[in-house]
Design a protein around this ligand. Sequence first.
Ligand SMILES: Nc1ncnc2c1ncn2[C@@H]1O[C@H](COP(=O)(O)OP(=O)(O)OP(=O)(O)O)[C@@H](O)[C@H]1O
Ligand SMILES: [Mg+2]
Length: 368
Amino acid sequence: MTERFKKVRVEFENVSLAYGKTRVLTDVSIAIEPGEFFALLGPSGSGKSTLLRLLAGFLQPQAGAIRVAGEDVTRVPPWERDIGMVFQNYALWPHMTVRQNVAFGLEERRLPRAEVERRAAAALELVGLGEFGARRPGQLSGGQQQRVAVARTIAIEPKVLLLDEPLSNLDAKLRIHMRVELLALQRKLGITTIFVTHDQEEALSIADRVAVLDQGVIQQVGTPVELYDTPANRFIAHFVGTINFLRGTLETSGTRTVFRSEALGEIAMAGVAASAGPAEIAIRPHAMQLAAPGKPLDGGRTWLDGTVTEREFLGEFVRYNVKIGAADLVVDQPHYMGEPGFAPGARVRVGINPAQVKVLKAAAEREA
Ligand SMILES: Nc1ncnc2c1ncn2[C@@H]1O[C@H](COP(=O)(O)OP(=O)(O)OP(=O)(O)O)[C@@H](O)[C@H]1O
Ligand SMILES: [Mg+2]
C-alpha cells in the first residue's frame, strides 16, 4: 500500500477562529511540506486540536484559508477531504474485532469486499498486528490499541495523517517506543503527518519541524534545533527545554561586549549581534559548569561565586539551584560514578561559557 500515498502540501493561511468573543486561533499561517512529519506543540488550551479539526473539516474558520495539495478545502465537507485523524482516546468500537474496526472506514466507502479485506490486512500488517485481527480492543494493551487506531486511519489511505496526542495514554517507556514506531511508519508511507502534543520532548524528538502555539497564536515554526538554540521569544525559550533568564544591560567597548546585571555583575559575551542597551539573556542549565572554590578555573568562562540551595539527583545529571547574589540559577552537571557533587549550602563557583549565552532579541527590542 506504500505507493498509494501521494505526498501533499498542507497550508494554513491567516486562519482565525473564535467562539463568540473568545478567540481560539488568531491569524495562523503554517506551510507543511509534502511528506513532512510536523508537530504542533503548545500548552493545554492553546488551540492545537482546533487546528486539526479545521483541517479535517469538522470546523470552519471565520477568516483565512486551508489548502491541501494546492486545493482550497476551507468549505469542503470532511468526507470529501480525505484527511485521516487518530483521536486521543483512539475511539475504537469495543464490540467489533480489531479487523472489523480497521475495515469499518473502508466498508463505509463501499469498496468491494476483496479490496476491504486486502487493505485491512495490509494496514494491520504494517503496524505489526497481523495476528491480532480476531481480538477485541479490550483484549489489547494500550500500545496495541493505539496501533489499531493508526491502522484504521491509514487503511483509508488519506492524503494527510493527523495524530492528536496519540501517545498520551501510554506509560513513559511505551510512549518512547511508540513514537519511534510512528516515525518509522510515517517514513515508510511518506504521508504528510501532523502530530499534536503538549510534550516538548516528544515534539523535538520526533518532528522534522515544529510549530509552537500559545493562546491561539503561532510563536515560532522551526526545526527542533532552531527552536532550542534560537528561540524567537521568551515563551519559546521557556517552553522548549529548561532555561535561565537574566535581565540587564549590554555594554560594548571596542570589540568587547559584556552583559551587566544587578544580580550577577558582569558576564563576558561572545559573538553578540545585538546592540548596546537593555537586554535579556538566556542560559541553558547544562551550559554552565560548577567548581569548588580554590580549584583551577577555565579562563574562557566568566566565574561567579554562589551557594547551592537545592540539589536534585536525576541519574544522568544532577540539577542544582544556585543562588548568586540576587539571582537563582538552575545548573545541570553530568553525574559520574564516585563523584559526590555539591550538597545544599556548599559554596561553589559557576562558570558561564560566553558562547552558550543567548541574547533574546524580542526582549532586547521591546525594552530598548
Ligand atoms: N465549543 C467551544 N466553545 C467555546 N470554546 C471552545 C470550544 N471548543 C474549544 N474551545 C476553547 O478553545 C481553546 C482551544 O481548545 P483546543 O481543544 O484546541 O486546545 P488544545 O491546544 O488542543 O488543548 P489540550 O492540550 O488541552 O488538548 C480552549 O481554550 C477551549 O476552551
Ligand atoms: Mg487538544
